[in-house]
Design a protein around this ligand. Structure first.
Ligand code: AMP
Ligand code: ZN
Ligand code: ZN
Length: 432
């Protein structure tokens, strides 16, 4: 084919394209694919990587998270006391510290109600002091979904113990799944992407996503182990799949990626055995580990206090009324009368361990560097390449309200002030 023929062919093609363009003006709308992806409002994705200590970001195991941090906002976030999973996840979605929201431990006892709270308890009564973000959002017509989150399975505001009722009153996210550790990372990510693939009328605007494996590896093998770094790398990969999936869907997202607390290396050689300090017949233990909480038996308060409130190496105990103010802890009736807190890396146990053991734990002073939690925020609402000064995790809830377009929170323990310089423009009002 000579140059002249090519020119002629090109001319024909141009004419054909122009003709098609002319036709298009009188044809119906463009094809559905472009309509489905165009004009999607940003979704707010709250991702928790349980036990992801902030410095895990600098292990060379997190290509995705490090890229997201560099392209967004990052910083050290301090958990609330106690630096445990349930108290802190509830803080992240209520803006209240545990003493106020009532989930004051992973394990709680209510002698007057003859009830025990464990991480499997979804009786609304335990949770009713606070209302999580998804309840306010749903009330405002903003659809929410939870791919696991402590409390997401609880019918907030519902009646207690009405198992025989087919649909107990109370509110949960529009979409939620009962917690099950066996659901793997990619199934969790795919569930979130499937929710976002839905038609707009039933597509969530606020979604939670939770990963447990970094915490589990940290407990079993310690924060400095190869296994923990491996778990970090696996979750990083899952988040990479999430980000790629969002891109493929054309779904803009403000990602807020957090941890509930960090992790400190522990060893059976660093144990404080309570039964060597006070007669175990004279008190009732509610929790042990990085902190211990206990109630003296009737008539034994003076003896137990004399033994425990005295100075100890690697541990300090207080009456609940005397817990230092910076912990914001001890006013809640669910906090047992005495709290003992170990130095990071030490464990308070009922008695000395029989076997040597090492691993990791959390629950320590929330300002201890070992408890520092991950924070990364990225997406259209956030500036790029910014590092925040340290802040407390009570500030996440006000930030999330702003991102999803809810009015500012009133009377909570945190504020979104720390984020104002890294937020771009006014928040996009959430539509469903
Ligand atoms: P911990 O390290 O004891 O503070 O708690 C971490 C554990 O909490 C993880 O191993 C999870 O399996 C468990 N967990 C997280 N979310 C839930 C949930 N919604 N219901 C029950 N257990 C949960
Ligand atoms: Zn945790
Ligand atoms: Zn843990």
């Amino acid at each position: 084919m000579g140059p002249r023929a090519a020119t002629t062919l090109a001319g024909v093609l141009v004419a054909a394209v122009l003709a098609l363009a002319g036709c298009a003006a009188s044809e119906p709308e463009p094809p559905p694919l472009s309509r489905a992806t165009a004009g999607r409002q940003p979704v707010t994705l709250l991702v928790s990587i349980d036990g992801f200590r902030e410095d895990y970001l600098r292990r060379g195991a997190t290509p995705t998270l490090s890229r997201l941090a560099a392209g967004g906002v990052t910083g050290v976030m301090h958990p609330s006391f106690p630096s445990k999973t349930f108290p802190n996840h509830w803080t992240l979605v209520t803006g209240l510290r545990p003493d106020r929201h009532g989930i004051v431990g992973n394990r709680m006892e209510s002698p007057e109600h003859r009830a025990v709270f464990t991480m499997a308890t979804d009786d609304p009564w335990w949770w009713s002091a606070a209302s999580p973000l998804w309840v306010d959002a749903e009330r405002a017509g903003i659809r929410t979904a939870a791919m696991f989150w402590p409390g997401a399975n609880v019918a907030i505001g519902g009646m207690s113990g009405e198992v025989e009722r087919p649909e107990p009153a109370g509110m949960r996210p529009s979409d939620w799944v009962p917690y099950n550790k066996a659901v793997n990372d990619s199934q969790r990510v795919n569930m979130v992407l499937d929710w976002l693939r839905r038609p707009e009328e039933i597509r969530p605007s606020f979604v939670t996503l939770y990963f447990d494996k970094v915490d589990t590896a940290g407990h079993h093998h310690g924060p400095d182990s190869a296994q923990t770094t491996q778990a970090v790398a696996e979750v990083d990969k899952a988040i990479g799949v999430l980000v790629a999936g969002l891109k493929a869907l054309g779904q803009p997202a403000n990602l807020v990626i957090v941890a509930d607390h960090g992790m400190a290396a522990t060893s059976s050689e660093r144990t404080i055995a309570l039964d060597t300090l006070a007669d175990p017949e004279r008190y009732h233990l509610v929790e042990t580990g990085p902190f211990a909480s206990l109630a003296p038996r009737p008539g034994a308060a003076a003896d137990v206090e004399r033994a425990l409130l005295a100075p100890h190496e690697h541990m300090q105990c207080w009456r609940k009324a005397d817990i230092p103010a910076r912990f914001h802890y001890g006013a809640n009736p669910r906090v047992p009368p005495i709290l003992c807190l170990a130095q990071p890396g030490w464990l308070i146990q009922a008695s000395a361990p029989r076997q040597p053991a090492s691993g990791g734990n959390h629950g320590y002073d929330n300002m201890a560097p070992e408890m520092n939690a991950l924070f990364i925020a990225t997406g259209p609402a956030f500036a790029a390449g910014r590092v925040l000064p340290d802040f407390d995790n009570v500030d996440i809830y006000p930030l999330l309200r702003q991102l999803i377009g809810l009015p500012a929170a009133v009377g909570v323990d945190g504020s979104s002030a720390v984020f104002q310089d890294v937020l771009k423009g006014p928040a996009v009002p959430a539509t469903n």
